[in-house]
Design a protein around this ligand. Sequence first.
Ligand SMILES: C[S@@+](CC[C@H](N)C(=O)[O-])C[C@H]1O[C@@H](n2cnc3c(N)ncnc32)[C@H](O)[C@@H]1O
Length: 193
Amino acid sequence: MRTFVYFSSTAKTSGNFPVDRLMDAGRMDIAMHVIINAFFISHSLRDDTVLHLVFYGAPDPPKHIEIHVNQETGLSKKDVAGLIKKILYKYKPDKKTEVVPGCFIEKKSFLNVINELADEGKEIFIMDESGDSIRKTKISENGVFVIGDQEGFPKKELKRLKKKFKLVSVGPKVYFASQVVTILNNEMDLRGF
Ligand SMILES: C[S@@+](CC[C@H](N)C(=O)[O-])C[C@H]1O[C@@H](n2cnc3c(N)ncnc32)[C@H](O)[C@@H]1O
């Protein structure tokens, strides 16, 4: 099972954003591209992938959305934004809610999401162009790849993450978050995971 964590400092934390103006919803467009590149391949969906989205935009941060796609999730490329709206609308305080099969929402901080995955025994990689090359990095099938938003990671969090986890690079250029997801999926496909 491969896992991605996408951090957004700006993506809206309520469902009342317009689906035709995703850029104005705290760059929710980037989150949509990340979802599409995490799960969609030609004529198929990746059911070996888990995606964690952690949003810190207004009005009620943080929100942690966890997506495991299965047949019952009904994920459609045409309406990814509709699914995220629905998940955000169905948030209930003090509990992790499964809104549609395989899609959960709760209030949880970015660092807590990562630390909990590490506590489950998963290997955490912080994606950063200055890190060690992915090509030379040993990765287990249960690797967790943490990706920042249009501004990267907040300085304080990055400092803490750097102390505990390995920084990994997919190349010398700075790519879009969604492109990093595609490159990582390809890398793991090539490794036969
Ligand atoms: C658009 S980039 C962020 C750009 C931001 N201005 C910065 O300098 O961090 C979005 C995220 O993609 C990941 N990323 C981009 N290029 C990468 C690379 N070459 N190797 C590894 N991760 C990369 C990082 O996690 C980054 O936070």
